[in-house]
Design a protein around this ligand. Sequence first.
Ligand code: CO
Length: 165
Amino acid sequence: MVLEIEIYGSKKLREKAIEVEKVDDSILELLDNMVATMKKIKGIGLAAPQVGINKRIFVIDIDDGITRKIINPKLEYLKKLVSNEEGCLSVPGVFKNVDRFERVKATYLNEKSEMITEEVEGVLARAFQHEYDHLEGILFVDKISPVAKRLVNKKLQLLAKEGQK
Ligand code: CO
């Protein structure tokens, strides 16, 4: 099932998400629906708060042959900051550079409740950091430069009118 995406301005994007206690059928169904939604709109990542669910869950698929289903993630930042362009399904039409760590160590539960630890870099490391921020109620536009922010402010205000509906 394809889920509806919360848009910039929605309060649901601004809450701190809650840890998952048990990976039960409802969580598995949510993960499947999130993957279907991400693929339908050709995103490379989607976090539960973006579909209005206040849980520490996200999915990532950067076209490397693996669809990651991530529950209760912890991130350790390992290597220098790099700036690159980002966008977000919840902030349509806005693309700006954001500083992210080049490499991160991620520890999380997968859909089989297995504890996974992996070191990721580049686009994948960026996706992990972007999606993790969603669980903290942070959006990438919070992290862009003041100059970039000024350029997209009007657009954000228009989106916020939509998002609050
Ligand atoms: Co996003």
